[in-house]
Design a protein around this ligand. Structure first.
Ligand SMILES: CC(C)(COP(=O)(O)OP(=O)(O)OC[C@H]1O[C@@H](n2cnc3c(N)ncnc32)[C@H](O)[C@@H]1OP(=O)(O)O)[C@@H](O)C(=O)NCCC(=O)NCCS
Length: 181
């Protein structure tokens, strides 16, 4: 694979996580407003030890390509694509989060859109999906603006803390790309 080391956006750079990012990672990730929309593998509270573990091990997860979202010189979020296994080896899932300081500036939208061409070029995928908790309209908007289609609602799929939630599935297929002028 030949993923670029850096992907430059107007207000951010996507680049590898590094050891020096631990403090910034804690500063942005240790926020219930961030973790509430993510799976339980994203801890809350998010400790310095969690950050060190992620940088040492988590970011090297087998089938996942992960970039830090660097803004104003610091790692303020993350974006990753995890490829499926077995019969799902030609499908992948995209996930992302951003520190609250930078919400509402279009950065997540730009980061997802910036990654997509590399995903299609580097991975033998037919399908890229994202799964969004029902109470996360901001993320739904990000995906819709990047060309994802709302495919399904998995009713009562998620229990996050005290919340019982539907899960919304968004998708882009390779055919969709070819059909898009
Ligand atoms: C979801 C998330 C990545 C969005 O990041 P962001 O950089 O603020 O997103 P963008 O600015 O590109 O776009 C968000 C859009 O949603 C809109 N939005 C925000 N809250 C909203 C709400 N409650 N209802 C409707 N729209 C909302 C914003 O106004 C913006 O639209 P606009 O540009 O037309 O104003 C960020 O909120 C986050 O990290 N949340 C916690 C983790 C998470 O949810 N990750 C995704 C899991 S699927």
């Amino acid at each position: 694979m030949a993923w670029p080391e850096r992907i430059e956006g107007n207000d951010f750079t996507l680049r590898a996580w590094c050891d020096d990012d631990a403090a910034a990672l804690v500063a942005h990730a240790n926020d219930e407003q961030v973790s509430r929309s993510l799976g339980d593998a994203f801890p809350h509270p998010y400790t310095f030890e969690d950050a060190c573990w992620f940088i040492a091990h988590g970011r090297h997860a087998g089938n996942e390509k992960i970039y830090a979202i660097q803004i104003n010189g610091e790692a303020a979020g993350s974006i990753g694509v995890r490829v499926g296994e077995g019969v799902e080896r030609h499908s992948a899932e995209i996930g992302y989060w951003l520190g609250r300081t930078y919400w509402g500036e279009g950065i997540a939208t730009a980061a997802v859109c910036a990654v997509l061409p590399h995903v299609w070029r580097e991975l033998p995928l037919y399908r890229l999906q994202a799964r969004v908790f029902a109470d996360n309209p901001a993320s739904m908007k990000v995906l819709e603006r990047c060309g994802f289609t709302h495919e399904a609602v998995l009713r009562r799929q998620v229990v996050k803390g005290e919340r019982l939630l539907d899960l919304h599935v968004y998708v882009i297929t390779r055919e969709h790309l070819h059909a898009t002028p």
